[in-house]
Structure formats: C-alpha cells, structure tokens
Design a protein around this ligand. Structure first.
Ligand code: HEC
Ligand code: HEC
Length: 238
C-alpha cells in the first residue's frame, strides 16, 4: 500500500524572498508592491454608502458571509478585495448591451447581478472591500507547493507563462484598480477560475485567458494551492 502523502499545513510568508529573479511581464507589468487590505482607487466611501452596501450584503451573506469571509470553499471570499475589481465582476456577470451571454458565466451570480442597480453594485463593493480579510492556509504536499511557488515567483519560462507575482504581488494582495487580491483565497475557487479562463467560460480577461491556456492541470492545481496559503505582508502574524 502506498504511503499517503502527508498534508502539511503551511502559512507561506515571503519575508526575505528576493523578487529580483522574477521576470517582468511586458512593459505594462508593475513592480511587485504590497498594498494594504482595504486600499481602493475609489474616494473614501461615505457612511451612507457603507450602510447601503451592508443592506445589499444581507442578500449575499448566505454564501459570501456578512463580513465577506465565506466559510464554504465553494464561495469566494470578498472581504478586503479591491472595490474596483468587485464592481467590474458584478458588471461582467450581467449581459452587456449587444452581447449574447455575460462575460462571466455563473448561473447564481448572473441572477444575483441582474437584480442590482449600478449604485447597489458600487455600495456593496465598497462595503465588502472594507471588511477585514481572513487569510487561508495551503494544504498540500511539499513537492506541489514547491512547484506552485516556482510558478508564482518565476512563471513557466518554457511555456511563456509570466510570474504571477509581477501582477498579483508578493503576498497575493494585488493592486487596487488593476489586479485582484488572490492570496489567501480558497484553493478550489482559484483552481476553478483558472480552468474557466482557460475554457473560455470566463471571458472577461484576455490576459488571464492567455496565461491559463498555457498551463497544465497539474500546474494550475499547484499554483492555486500556493496562492491559497499566501498572506499579504500587512497580514503576517507579528
Ligand atoms: C447562492 C450563493 C451566492 C449568493 C447569494 C451570492 N453569491 Fe456571489 N458568488 C457565488 C459563487 C458560486 C461565485 C463564484 C462564481 C464564478 O465562478 O464565477 C460568486 C462570485 C462572486 C463574485 C466574484 C468574486 C471574485 O473573486 O471574482 C462577486 C464579486 C460576488 N460573487 C458578489 C456577490 C454579491 C455582491 C452578492 C449579493 C448581492 C452575491 N455575490 C450573492 C455565490 C453566491
Ligand atoms: C499581466 C498581469 C497578470 C499576471 C502576470 C497574472 N495575472 Fe491573474 N489576473 C490579472 C487580472 C487583470 C485579473 C482580473 C481579471 C478580471 O477582470 O476578471 C486576474 C485574475 C486572476 C484570477 C481570478 C481571481 C478571482 O478572484 O476570481 C486568478 C485565479 C488569477 N488571476 C491567477 C493568476 C495566476 C495563478 C497567475 C500566474 C500563473 C496570474 N494570475 C498572473 C492579471 C494578471
């Protein structure tokens, strides 16, 4: 009988890791920077907006949690996500004028987004972006995490896959208005989204389609596992 691989519980920190070796991706790639959890390109929300957002969030809470820290791995965590990214996704779940299907296909979310006004989308996004994110942990064997880390930090050179760190940042915190936070998100969700980008079920990001379509299942699983255990520098235990 083969020995079952022991799942190690790791909280990955990147303190002290040099980013110098990570190749940059195109002229557009930003320097890897740490951004604070609730940073957003929106002006500071008014308390009326946050209250309105909290009210909308009551209809989301069963799946995403009232504080945005979904407890079931089927549902993405929204807490601390950049507000602009959340706004974009909620619009992408709707059918744009002249389009046959939404840019992001998911029966539940297509239905939810269709019922929201633009103002409700903005308010609920602001509300969730201001909630404190509870990061996750990676459960994987060491070999898989090593592969995931290599892809995160340096990409997959022979497949021209860029380093994830160049856009999503060292702790996976992303960059407001441009790149979503993915560090500490559920592994299963990250893996599913990479598959959806690849299979054109999620067509709202040509760059992520391009990246995912050049990855194998094994590479997708490994990098999703690694990202799930990442923490933004501001969230590292002191
Ligand atoms: C019945 C469960 C359910 C409810 C209720 C629900 N969601 Fe979702 N939500 C999901 C699932 C499942 C996904 C992942 C779908 C996918 O793969 O595209 C998701 C994805 C999202 C995403 C994309 C997250 C990301 O990281 O890209 C946003 C934003 C979102 N939901 C916001 C909301 C808001 C706002 C509400 C309330 C108005 C809401 N959801 C209500 C199940 C739900
Ligand atoms: C050139 C910049 C760039 C690089 C490099 C990059 N991403 Fe992304 N990624 C994005 C952008 C932009 C989005 C948001 C797309 C959208 O609007 O829905 C995104 C979204 C995602 C999402 C969906 C997040 C969610 O909440 O649904 C995942 C998962 C993801 N990226 C994983 C990766 C992985 C893994 C790598 C490395 C193999 C990587 N990305 C490299 C720019 C990048």
């Amino acid at each position: 009988m083969p020995t079952p691989s022991v799942a190690v519980r790791v909280v990955l920190t990147l303190a002290g890791l040099s980013l110098a070796s990570a190749p940059s991706w195109g002229a557009d790639a930003p320097a890897a920077t740490a951004s604070s959890v609730s940073e957003t390109s929106f002006p500071a929300p008014t308390s009326a907006q946050l209250q309105a957002g909290a009210k909308v969030a009551q209809t989301c809470a069963a799946c995403h949690g009232i504080d945005g820290n979904a407890t079931s791995t089927e549902f993405p965590k929204l807490a601390g996500q950049h507000a602009d990214y959340l706004v974009k996704q909620l619009h992408d779940y709707r059918i744009a004028k002249g389009a046959k299907h939404p840019a992001r296909v998911n029966a539940i979310m297509n239905g939810m987004a269709a019922t929201l006004t633009d103002a409700q989308i903005r308010d609920v996004a602001l509300y969730y972006s201001r909630q404190t994110f509870k990061p996750g942990v990676a459960f994987a064997d060491k070999k898989e995490l090593k592969l995931g880390q290599a892809i995160w930090m340096a990409g997959i050179p022979d497949r021209a896959v860029p380093a994830c760190v160049s856009c999503h940042g060292p702790g996976g915190a992303g960059m407001p208005s441009r790149y979503p936070r993915i560090g500490g998100q559920w592994q299963g969700y990250l893996e599913m989204e990479l598959q959806m980008f690849r299979n054109d079920r999620r067509t709202n990001s040509p760059e992520m389609h391009d990246i995912a379509s050049r990855m194998t299942d094994k590479q997708i699983t490994a990098v999703a596992e690694y990202a799930a255990g990442l923490r933004a520098p501001s969230e590292l235990p002191r």
